[in-house]
Design a protein around this ligand. Structure first.
Ligand code: PMP
Length: 334
């Protein structure tokens, strides 16, 4: 693990890389009482020339600073932190298998560590990073999921902290997830407001593909970054690659809200052609059904397959960059 202590008098101390071990914290530490905690998730990959690569670490570190700033934890210099994490990854490189789909998952975490029961700005903090080798999310190919459109609980709201990666955003989502699971749905499709705006799915951003019957034109849609949506690194990568690769005569790429009512209506017209979640863990996760008010909205899959064609292409585009098969500035050799 990597640890870096901070206090308000002397700032960041010298980073240490040491064997994985428990933390020794005072039970009064503010992290345990008031949720002074934020985290990140990113991966290191081994390419076929044995280089170790990290995918867009700058994005994760900028997001971590933004999360930290919101809960009055200290920020850090992004380039310096990427250098430190790269050193850690070099030390642990033997944990990364050389096989597409395998990687080393990195979990940077920042907590407030003052032992004080008063709620105020933390004067002491600990940054730490733990890591674990992970295999492919879909070892035997995609497995499309069933979602329950959830309107009785909300993940995030205007003026809240939905765009920050705070631990406090995650614990309250488990109960609705278990309730959905008890009805046979793997994840929640989080809705917001009376209009039923679709925000995210589980802990992923969400994309829909519609095809207009009259014009034949397709639209790739995801929710806009209005402060309630986590600014996913995968989301951003998909938007940029889609704008670069999809023929604008056939496609529009939109950051706009679509509602559960639009999805329901367009599915009935045969205009809903694909849906998938996006995130670091799986890259993309195809969706096959959405439970809404007692009925299931069906999302088409390709004949004999568990995803739509764009879902497959997106997984390929991003995988090829992560594993250095295609040269791209997003994939940094450490
Ligand atoms: N939304 C939420 C709520 C998440 O926790 C995550 C995972 N970090 C994402 C979206 C996807 O973000 P990313 O593509 O950066 O992994």
């Amino acid at each position: 693990m990597l640890t870096i202590e901070w206090d308000e008098k002397s700032g960041w101390k010298t980073p240490e890389i040491k064997p994985y071990q428990t933390l020794n914290l005072d039970p009064a530490s503010v992290v345990f009482h008031y949720g002074f905690e934020c985290f990140e998730g990113l991966k290191a990959y081994r390419d076929d020339k044995d280089n170790i690569r990290i995918f867009r670490p700058d994005r994760n570190m900028v997001r971590m600073n933004s999360s930290a700033e919101r809960i009055c934890l200290p920020s850090f210099d992004v380039d310096t932190m990427i250098k430190i994490i790269s050193e850690f990854v070099k030390v642990e490189k033997d944990l990364i298998p050389q096989k597409k789909g395998f990687s080393l998952y990195l979990r940077p975490t920042l907590i407030g560590t003052d032992a004080a029961l008063g709620v105020s700005t933390p004067g002491k903090a600990l940054f730490y990073l733990i890591a674990s080798p992970v295999g492919p999310y879909y070892p035997t190919g995609f497995k499309a999921v069933r979602l329950e459109a959830t309107d009785y609980a909300v993940r995030a709201w205007p003026g809240g902290v939905g765009n920050k990666k705070l631990g406090a955003n995650y614990a309250p989502c488990i109960k609705p997830q278990r309730e959905a699971a008890s009805r046979g749905y793997q994840q929640n499709l989080w809705l917001f407001g009376e209009e039923g705006k679709i925000t995210e799915v589980g802990t992923m951003n969400v994309f829909f593909v519609f095809q207009d019957k009259a014009t034949g034109k397709k639209e790739l849609v995801t929710a806009p970054l209005d402060g309630t949506i986590l600014e996913g690194v995968t989301r951003d990568s998909i938007l940029e690659l889609a704008r670069e690769k999809l023929d604008p005569k056939e496609w529009t790429v939109s950051e706009r809200y679509c509602t559960i009512y639009e999805v329901e209506e367009r599915a009935a017209k045969g205009e809903l052609v694909e849906a998938f979640g996006s995130g670091t863990a799986a890259v993309v996760s195809p969706i096959k059904e959405i439970g809404w008010r007692g009925k299931d909205i069906n999302v088409p899959l390709q004949e004999g397959k568990q995803s739509g064609p764009l879902t497959e292409s997106v997984a390929q585009w991003i995988g090829d960059i992560q594993y250095g098969i295609v040269d791209h500035p997003w994939s940094k050799v450490v």
